[in-house]
Write a protein that binds this ligand. Structure first.
Ligand code: RB5
Length: 147
């Protein structure tokens, strides 16, 4: 099966974890779209969350991975874009359920709060889990009605 393109975005607090996850997915055969940032200089997470949300909503990538210090700011920014459903996850159960129940298309991670292994497991679970549909489909559709 063809692997989807995954877009990445981070601020200065998240760029190292973002780069690590990007390189690992690329090595696994995923297409990657890196929207920055790529260095430790201080930047504003809303700019990168917006760019990621817009890329995913426009279909430039099937999924997105957003990283900032807590994952909170960049997920809020991404979720302001219609069609983007970003889920902040700290564990694999959340990473599974945000796909099964919410059809999340962006995984947000807090680089200052979780370790690399947990982040890797969240990414693996997020990308491997299908939306369950059924009773969840109408609820996800309602998310698209709130602007
Ligand atoms: C940057 O210092 C930090 O505020 C940012 O990475 C993020 O945690 C915001 O939600």
């Amino acid at each position: 099966m063809t692997k989807p393109t995954v877009a990445f975005a981070a601020d200065h607090a998240g760029f190292e974890l973002k780069n690590l996850l990007r390189d690992e997915l690329k090595a696994q055969g995923y297409g990657v779209l890196d929207l920055g940032t790529n260095g430790p200089e201080s930047v504003d997470y809303p700019d990168f969350g917006r760019a990621l949300g817009e890329a995913v909503a426009a279909g430039k990538a099937g999924f997105g991975i957003a990283v900032c210090g807590t994952g909170i700011g960049i997920s809020i920014a991404a979720n302001r874009i219609a069609g983007c459903r970003a889920a902040l996850c700290h564990d694999t159960t959340s990473a599974r359920l945000c796909r099964e129940h919410n059809d999340a298309n962006v995984l947000a991670l807090g680089a200052r709060l979780i370790g690399v292994e947990t982040a890797r497991d969240c990414v693996k679970t997020f990308l491997a889990t299908e939306f369950a549909g059924g009773r969840h489909a109408g609820r996800v559709a309602k998310l698209g009605q709130t602007a």
